[in-house]
Design a binder for this molecule. Structure first.
Ligand SMILES: [Zn+2]
Length: 322
């Protein structure tokens, strides 16, 4: 089961109701927590969440803009002061290591844990294995290098068909273990069995895609086919985007909804909303939701700060739990 909670859902600057970008997630029953983006004050939001700063082991940064990165040095410093000794790996665009290291050095901060970096070279697909997930990057279009991350559950559990083994008279013990490991065994009577035939069908892995800032959501389309959840920015509505004095490299609500519809995405979560929509007196979100629903008929959520979601198994509907 994937659990995720939004730490910030605003674009560019925070407002009274929404912080800048951050998303924390975990694959239960694993305890390691994963952070995607770390805008300023993400650590404050974490304190209000049901996740813990000390359990964050893997951090993925979509791009270098401050509303996605400026909380990172402070979060790492606090994690160290709180006594966490477990290493942390930060994955992100070129420049992430220098930014973090310079900030820590300039503030005379020595972390009590090992900090490792993976920098994504421009134009080269990146993938890595972390407990529970294979994570790969998808290049997006923004005014600086920006990525989406695709989290695919690694090797979903397959159960050993013990009754089948028993019914064929295979003696219990080490032979069962070999079959579970997928090996081929030969009995004393000469019969051979393949481990593959004694494991339940491989389950489809859970797949979650979290995008960074991006003016062209269709770049993610090839990766959406088996995705269970698609989280993407929708900074503006189309009509507001058209009125901007200079075009910014962001997606519109309508664009993302159309891409998700074409890919038959089951669960779409829109986030990273321009502060122009935040004032509650405007009551802008019901109409944003209606706009998205004109183009997308799957399950839709507009993210809010600290909104928490669960996804049980592949094909399930995403459920908001708070
Ligand atoms: Zn942003």
């Amino acid at each position: 089961m994937i659990e995720m909670q939004f730490l910030g859902t605003s674009a560019g600057i925070p407002s009274k109701s929404r912080n800048v970008t951050g998303l924390v997630l975990r694959l239960l029953p694993l305890k390691d927590q994963i952070l995607v983006d770390c805008g300023e004050a993400s650590q404050h939001q974490l304190m209000r969440s049901s996740f813990a700063i000390t359990r964050i082991k893997h951090i993925f940064i979509t791009h270098m803009h401050g509303d996605h990165t400026l909380g990172l040095p402070g979060l790492l410093a606090s994690r160290s002061l709180l006594g966490s000794k477990e290493p942390v790996t930060v994955t992100g665009p070129a420049g992430i290591q220098k930014f973090v290291q310079d900030s820590l050095d300039a503030t005379f901060c020595n972390l009590d844990f090992e900090l490792k970096f993976n920098e994504i070279a421009k134009g080269i697909d990146f993938s890595t294995q972390i407990p529970g997930f294979k994570v790969s990057s998808i290049s997006l279009k923004h005014n600086i290098p920006s990525y989406a991350y695709r989290f695919e559950q690694s090797k979903p559990h397959r159960t050993f068909l013990v009754e089948k083994a028993k019914s064929l008279g295979i003696p219990e013990g080490h032979l069962y273990k070999d079959l579970q490991l997928g090996k081929t065994i030969t009995l004393e009577d000469g019969r051979s069995f393949h481990g593959e035939d004694f494991l339940s069908k491989p389950k489809k892995p859970l797949v979650l895609i979290v995008g960074g800032d991006n003016v062209n959501p269709s770049l993610v389309s090839p990766f959406l086919e088996h995705a269970d959840v698609f989280v993407h920015e929708a900074t503006y509505t189309h009509s507001d985007f058209e009125k901007l004095p200079r075009k910014l490299f962001h997606s519109t609500v309508e664009q993302v909804a159309k891409v998700a519809q074409e890919a038959k995405v089951k669960n779409l979560v829109l986030t990273h909303f321009s502060p122009r929509y935040h004032d509650p007196r405007l009551d802008a979100f019901p109409s944003i939701e209606a706009l998205a629903k004109e183009h997308f008929d799957g399950q839709l959520f507009l993210a809010e700060d600290l909104a928490k979601f669960e996804l049980g198994k592949p094909g399930d509907a995403l459920v908001r739990t708070n």
